[in-house]
Design a protein. Structure first.
Length: 109
């Protein structure tokens, strides 16, 4: 009996939806894979399987609603803002450390 991996548990609907999310304009497949907690190679493999007819796309299934598309775009924007805030926070911490060290040097002289 073949050993199952966690990737064997995804049904065709999930795979098709993941593929379509990765195919949205300005959406990177790597980001979709990260959000879905799968390896990016799996997404590319599923795309190939869909092209080869291994994954069957049911009529009307796997369609991404406008709401899902908008939510994914919003999530991407929130992630960018979060990264920027982290960078600003680190910069402020370094500035405080620098100013503190200058203050210590001037007071000890």
């Amino acid at each position: 009996m073949a050993r199952k991996t966690k990737y064997d548990y995804y049904d065709d609907d999930f795979k098709v939806t993941a593929i379509e999310l990765g195919s949205l304009p300005k959406v990177k497949s790597k980001d979709v894979a990260d959000i879905l907690d799968i390896h990016p190679v799996m997404l590319y493999r599923w795309k190939k399987e869909l092209r080869d007819g291994i994954i069957l796309k049911a009529p009307g299934k796997g369609q991404i609603s406008n709401q899902t598309s908008d939510e994914l775009k919003r999530l991407k924007q929130v992630e960018k803002s979060f990264i920027r805030l982290q960078q600003e926070h680190e910069l402020l911490k370094k500035s405080i450390q620098f100013c503190s060290s200058l203050k210590k040097q001037s007071s000890s002289s």
